[in-house]
Design a protein. Structure first.
Length: 138
């Protein structure tokens, strides 16, 4: 019981059956996937990013993003408010061979900003953290 009070979600006492442990792991994974599925819609102001359907809407209107622009935005949307490093973004969107191609990020950020932020407005959706990475503002 102390394990549950300390933060564990479940426990098995010895001796245990392997099938029971596997069933409990499957249950935990199902719960985790269900929780993640619920959080696949990220809303920032009038912008809605549906990570499951790969759709972006601004003020209810669908906005077309290129696959790389969407990938860039999706990586930021998975962790709103947190800085995602250049290397993480490049590895997750362009692949491991592009971890030093920072110019790709500048192009993607410019495209997303052009399509989602008001003309002439300062960067309010995607913030560049110089020398570190990018952050999706909340």
């Amino acid at each position: 019981m102390a394990a549950l009070d300390l933060g564990a979600d479940d426990y098995v006492t010895k001796p245990f059956d392997t099938e029971e442990v596997l069933a409990r792991v499957r249950t935990a994974l199902r719960h985790r996937l269900a929780a993640e599925a619920e959080s696949q819609l990220v809303e920032v102001g009038d912008i809605a990013i549906d990570l499951t359907s790969r759709l972006v809407r601004k003020g209810g209107e669908e906005v077309h993003l290129t696959p790389k622009e969407f990938g860039f935005l999706a990586e930021l949307a998975k962790h709103p408010g947190r800085v995602i490093t250049h290397a993480q973004l490049l590895r997750n969107v362009w692949g491991p061979g592009h971890e030093h191609d920072v110019e790709y990020l500048r192009v993607a950020a410019r495209g997303v900003r052009r399509k989602l932020e008001p003309d002439g407005a300062p960067a309010s959706l995607i913030r560049n953290e110089p020398g570190v990475g990018y952050r999706l503002m909340q």
